[in-house]
Design a protein around this ligand. Structure first.
Ligand code: NAD
Ligand code: UDP
Length: 331
């Protein structure tokens, strides 16, 4: 089956490409390399031992996208392409609304034109806003406080409306928790531009000596040690979750949390990283980061029951694989 993976050169898209190929799918990647590098194509070819079909196009470019659908008999789409920085979206809302909404709309129009009815969408736990964990798919979404989160809520809404109007449209909306780690080869992983916003890449860079210390944002939350708690999920488990979603797609709209169901505090993650990799991660305790919530973790029972999928890799493996990638590649 031919699957179009938009954003396939990116962090999660590249790992999902590997998982899809390992499960027998044929992958066509469309990515404009706005937040990734063409070297990922070569690294993916090394891991999968096959040549990849890659289009350097903007998914918001209707003609370029139609050309891809004309060249290949696309049977399903996994849509990763989009911008993902919460803080950048607050500074440049229009940039986020333009890219994340127009790419999704264009892609959906082309899918309709070519009668492609299987769609998997990258959403985020951010859509749950201030709901109290464990977060379940049934919860009403609360406002997300940032344009990035709003683009996810809006795309979810578009997809659900389309699924209601078209009998044969099947869509899985996957709400990711905190993806971390890297492929065991160390060839692909998360390589953010500039200073990372997210915890794991920052911890890796401190261990490497790129920054003197980690700033821990807040030690006065109502959590086990006062630091923020998140549901970190190994990116390879997340990637396999996409294959499970695709394999089990049925008509209508389906929402799944992809997480581990376990919360880990910032201090616990730092200690796990030090233990897993035999390195030191010096830190300072700082004020809370504006907009942060205390705790976020998933109820993962729906994905387990309906997709037969659970995350297998623990926090030590996440830290080991993140560090292997950092040491190998990220200068
Ligand atoms: P990423 O930036 O590594 O990958 C996104 C890819 O899409 C990049 O390769 C980029 O070049 C490409 N892209 C962006 N806009 C494009 C466009 N208009 N046309 C073609 N290509 C385009 O990000 P990621 O971490 O792999 O995230 C993938 C998806 O998952 C995103 O939609 C993101 O919002 C969502 N998500 C990510 C996280 C996370 O923590 N990484 C959490 C929840 C949801
Ligand atoms: N965090 C931190 N220092 C950093 C980056 C993040 O203490 O340099 C904390 C942050 O406050 C949160 C947790 O680590 O409690 C996860 O943050 P991240 O940005 O990775 O994910 P998100 O908050 O978007 O879930």
């Amino acid at each position: 089956m031919n699957i179009l993976v938009t954003g396939g050169a990116g962090y999660i898209g590249s790992h999902t490409t590997v998982a899809l190929i390992e499960s027998g799918y044929n992958v066509i990647i469309a990515d404009n390399l706005s937040n990734s590098s063409i070297s990922t194509k070569k690294n993916l070819e090394t891991i999968t031992n096959q040549e990849l079909t890659f289009y350097n196009i903007d998914v918001a470019d209707n003609n370029a996208l139609e050309n891809v659908f004309s060249n290949h008999h696309i049977e399903g789409v996994i849509h990763f392409a989009g911008y993902k920085s919460v803080s950048e979206s607050v500074e440049k809302p229009l940039y986020y609304y333009n890219n994340n909404l127009i790419s999704t709309l264009t892609l959906l129009n082309v899918c309709e034109k070519f009668s492609v009815n299987k769609f998997v969408f990258s959403s985020s736990a951010t859509v749950y806003g201030d709901n109290k964990p464990p977060l379940t798919e049934k919860m009403l979404l609360s406002p997300t406080k940032n344009p990035y989160g709003e683009t996810k809520v809006m795309c979810e809404r578009m997809l659900s409306d389309i699924a209601k109007s078209k009998e044969h449209f099947s869509v899985a909306i996957l709400r990711y928790f905190n993806p971390v780690g890297a492929h065991e080869s160390g060839l692909i992983g998360e390589a953010p531009n500039g200073i990372p916003n997210n915890l794991m890449p920052f911890v890796s860079q401190v261990a490497k000596g790129k920054h003197k210390k980690l700033n821990i944002f807040g030690d006065d939350y109502q959590t086990l040690d006062g630091t923020g708690v998140r549901d970190y999920i190994h990116v390879v488990d997340l990637a396999i979750g996409h294959v499970a979603a695709l394999d089990n797609l049925t008509n209508g709209v389906h929402y799944y949390n992809l997480g581990t169901g376990r919360g880990t505090s910032v201090l616990e993650l730092v200690k796990a990283f030090e233990r897993a990799n035999d390195v030191e991660v010096p830190y300072d305790l700082m004020d809370r980061r504006p907009g942060d919530i205390a705790e976020c973790y998933a109820d993962v029972s729906k994905a387990e029951k309906e997709l037969g999928w659970t995350a297998k890799r623990d926090i030590i493996e996440m830290c080991r694989d993140a560090w292997r990638f950092e040491k190998k590649h990220h200068i």
